[in-house]
Design a protein around this ligand. Sequence first.
Ligand code: 13P
Length: 250
Amino acid sequence: MRRKVIAGNWKMNMLPNEAIEYLQAFEPMVKNAEAEVILCVPYTDLFYCIMNAQGTNIKIGAQNMHYSETGAYTGEVSPKMLKVVGVEYVIIGHSERRAYYGETDEIVNKKVKAAFEYELKPIVCVGESLEQREAGKTEEIITSQTRLALEGLTPEQVKATIIAYEPIWAIGTGKTATSEDANNSIKSIRAEIAKIYGSEVAEEVIIQYGGSVKSSNAKELFETSDIDGGLVGGASLKPDEFSKIVNYNK
Ligand code: 13P
């Protein structure tokens, strides 16, 4: 049985004092959760969140990183920098980064490899746009993004990768994919992984759904056969609402 992993993606929200207050409120709400709980926070909150989450079941992740260890890349943050401050997870290839910052499948693949090199656990985002969906290309897009992101990884690394299926049209729009639709897309991602790495590997990979997840739809989504949790944007900004998503099965 795969575990459930539920991650919040705060995106560009929350000042350090807000992050600390959030963690103080959130920690008691999720301390008995069965799912693994992750908060992916802005760089400027990382240190405060890592200090305040010590000794709790809340894990801290970043939302992006460069693939090089050091160098003349003004404004960038390296995998080693994240590792040294105590970051455990890193989101890679979010659709917002692909769309606004030109992240290609090749860059995503380099970042995934760099994450493993520095013992960070990648959460790799894939997902189709509305236009691609309407053209009947969903499966083609998400399987190719998955294949290219994982290229060159060992089977052990593939097993340790978290994939987040986030249909772009469902992000921040209030439109959620139906649980059946999301589950089917996730099945096709798993089948693609099985084709390359075998079904034993594919059965172990955690594949989340993201896109307008909230406390009112989390249970239905997470209780399907292949959705192993969620990557939650807007609804992760309020401790009360996010704790209900984390505790969806209670
Ligand atoms: P929303 O939950 O706000 O739709 O965002 C989803 C997302 O992009 C998480 O990475």
